[in-house]
Design a protein around this ligand. Structure first.
Ligand SMILES: [Fe+2]
Length: 258
């Protein structure tokens, strides 16, 4: 059992391949992504083989005292636990989704991630029709925070031998849109279990996979990597206004990975 208090800012432990609350704390019931949910997002010809449950999502994790603060800011904190290993030819990944547009604006909701335990590769892509306009792959380790800018669909890959525990904060009522990834059999790259990146030929154009270390991204929102995401939000919720009101921060988003 691995104590995740310090890394997460929450009284939780990693017990094998699942997280559990410590006494006096409660986790919401998780939703599971099962092997069958990957049928439309794997590399063509890949077999649907792997663990029965690939990852577990705990949505709306919160301490009782902090409920009002999250609600007031229209934000939600989630934890996802992604198993190590492979599905078919690829490392285990999330199925991928785009975000909905904020009502009354033309801006898609962004998101912030934090690696609590293990390692993650965050692939995010901007696509028009079947054409890739931009793609980034961010390598993140424990403590790193990664911002998904508005308009990018994203997939998280666990390239490590350890279980990945990650947190995210998003606007509390946004919708995940899965269609874009399902139509094209996943993201524009697949990361194979060998660590090799291959192009998804269902996209019209070919890109080189360029990997960026999360620590080298510009910290334009001042989120740092020395304090857990949860704790940092509680200390300074104003800092995370860009998640609920992204239309006010468009120029700042431009600066993160440029
Ligand atoms: Fe997302």
């Amino acid at each position: 059992m691995i104590d995740l208090d310090k890394q997460s800012g929450l009284p939780i432990i990693l017990d094998g391949e699942i997280i559990k609350p410590k006494e006096g704390f409660e986790l919401p019931a998780p939703a599971f992504r099962k092997l069958e949910d990957f049928s439309k997002v794997l590399k063509e010809g890949s077999e649907l083989t792997g663990p029965e449950i690939a990852y577990s999502m705990f949505r709306g994790v919160v301490k009782d005292n902090d409920k009002d603060l999250f609600a007031k800011n229209n934000l939600r904190y989630d934890i996802t636990v992604v198993l190590s290993g492979a599905i078919g030819d690829e490392f285990i990944k999330t199925v991928g989704h785009y975000h909905s547009i904020k009502g009354g604006t033309e801006v898609y909701y962004p998101e912030i991630y934090e690696v609590i335990y293990g390692c993650a590769n965050y692939l995010f892509q901007k696509v028009e029709g079947g054409k890739v306009l931009d793609v980034k792959i961010i390598e993140a380790k424990e403590g790193d925070k990664v911002i998904i800018p508005p308009g990018y669909g994203h997939v998280t890959i666990n390239p490590d031998a350890e279980t990945l525990v990650m947190a995210n904060i998003t606007e509390s009522n946004f919708k995940s849109v899965y269609e874009g990834f399902e139509k094209l059999n996943g993201a524009c790259f697949y990361e194979l279990g060998t660590g090799e990146w291959v192009n998804n030929e269902n996209y019209e154009n070919v890109f080189e996979p360029i990997l960026i270390k999360a620590e080298n991204a510009e910290d334009v929102f001042g989120v740092g990597n020395d304090i857990p995401l949860y704790t940092d939000f509680i200390n300074d919720p104003e800092k995370y206004d860009f998640l609920a009101n992204p239309e006010k921060y468009l120029e700042k988003f431009e600066g993160i990975y440029s």
